[in-house]
Design a protein around this ligand. Structure first.
Ligand code: NAD
Ligand code: LMR
Length: 327
């Protein structure tokens, strides 16, 4: 028997990430090739016409799994009965804008969207925040949705995870697909800590194979941490297709499982590693049965503790910076 359609809400639908993401969702890359979906697209009013153009192109693909499309500037329409919500739309940093201004502009957006999810989304909605600052935006949405389980709110660290995998595979001279057990900790910002101490390639230690701590500290960490900025510098625009790909990976794995494999997700802290509860922090997880489970028992050496503290301090600063707005 054919499956009933699942409602997938995407915000920022006229933007460049969405221009890659929507076609892949409609093509079945997100939830499987037998799962019909209804796209519910949110944009700000001036961008609705552009969304109409994107939807004309989606129509022209004649995707067999696409059971409907909703276009709206009202979050309560976009999130109605949504089981998946991918929050991409965010206010970019404009000239002269300080980080604090960016945080407040986005806090206002994610407060409204969290409240709308709280009111109208499926009680099991899986929320992925992509729009920056992703961890703190996810935190704001979660805090604005008190009737939904906090664990439903996640932020995207998967692009950092995939970037790290690709750099490690190249350095170790092994296929990406052979790598397991990578962790990316903390904030989706240059302070994140991609940690390959436990990573294996076909069961053998990647750290032992690379055996170059100077490369780790002076090349690998800054390359992964500053990759977003390097892409903006080279392309003139921020990463879009790779960000969309990471969003697909994140949600697909959360829904369909990782078969024991580790992936990195920004999830509300449970207090592990001294991260205050509720802060949305990148951690390694495994996924099964539509749930993620944090990988526990990872020992932190002195360098890792230092790195965790740097990214945590940044997130605490962001949390404190939006505290007033959440009152
Ligand atoms: N977490 C990550 O790994 C990652 C990676 C790449 C980009 N990003 C972030 O993703 C976001 C989107 O990137 P993009 O390249 O698609 O940007 P973009 O500017 O091309 O598109 C963003 C869209 O969001 C819309 N928007 C703004 N406010 C909105 C609101 N309140 N409701 C609905 N839509 C709204 C805008 O109108 C715009 O069309 C940015 O914040 C970017 O920094 C995150
Ligand atoms: O949009 C950005 O600032 C960069 C983006 O978060 C990225 O990691 O590519």
């Amino acid at each position: 028997m054919a499956k009933s359609p699942i409602r997938v809400a995407v915000t920022g639908a006229a933007g460049q990430i969405a221009y890659s993401l929507l076609f892949r969702i409609a093509n079945g890359d997100l939830l499987g090739k037998d799962q019909p979906i209804i796209l519910q697209l949110l944009e700000i009013t001036p961008a609705l016409q552009a969304v109409t153009g994107v939807v004309m192109e989606i129509d022209d693909c004649a995707f067999p799994l696409l059971a409907g499309v909703v276009i709206t500037d009202d979050p309560e329409v976009a999130f109605k009965d949504a089981e998946i919500a991918i929050l991409v739309g965010a206010r970019p940093r404009s000239k002269g804008m300080e980080r604090a201004d960016l945080l407040s502009a986005n806090a206002a957006i994610f407060k409204v969207q969290g409240a709308a999810l709280n009111k109208v989304a499926s009680r099991d909605v899986k929320v992925l925040v992509v729009g920056n600052p992703a961890n703190t935006n996810a935190y704001i949405a979660m805090k604005s949705a008190p009737d939904l389980p906090a664990e439903n709110f996640t932020a995207m660290l998967r692009l950092d995870h995939n970037r790290a995998l690709s750099q490690l595979a190249a350095k170790a001279g092994v296929p990406v697909a052979s790598l397991e057990k990578l962790a990316v900790w903390g904030n989706h910002s240059p302070t994140m800590y991609p940690d390959y101490r436990a990573t294996t390639t076909d069961g053998a230690s990647v750290k032992a194979k690379i055996n170059d701590e100077t490369w780790n500290r002076e090349t690998f960490l800054p390359t992964v941490g500053k990759r977003g900025a390097a892409i903006i510098e080279a392309r003139g625009l921020s990463s879009a297709a790779s960000a969309a790909n990471a969003a697909i990976d994140h949600v697909r794995d959360w829904v369909l499982g990782t078969d024991g494999g580790w992936v990195s997700m920004g999830v509300p802290s449970d207090g592990d590693h001294g991260v205050p509860e509720g802060i949305i922090f990148g951690v390694p997880v495994t996924c099964a049965g539509g749930k993620y489970t944090r990988v526990k028992g990872i020992e932190m050496d002195d360098f890792s503790k230092e790195r965790l503290k740097i990214t945590l301090d940044e997130l605490i600063g962001e949390r404190d910076g939006v505290a007033e707005l959440l009152k």
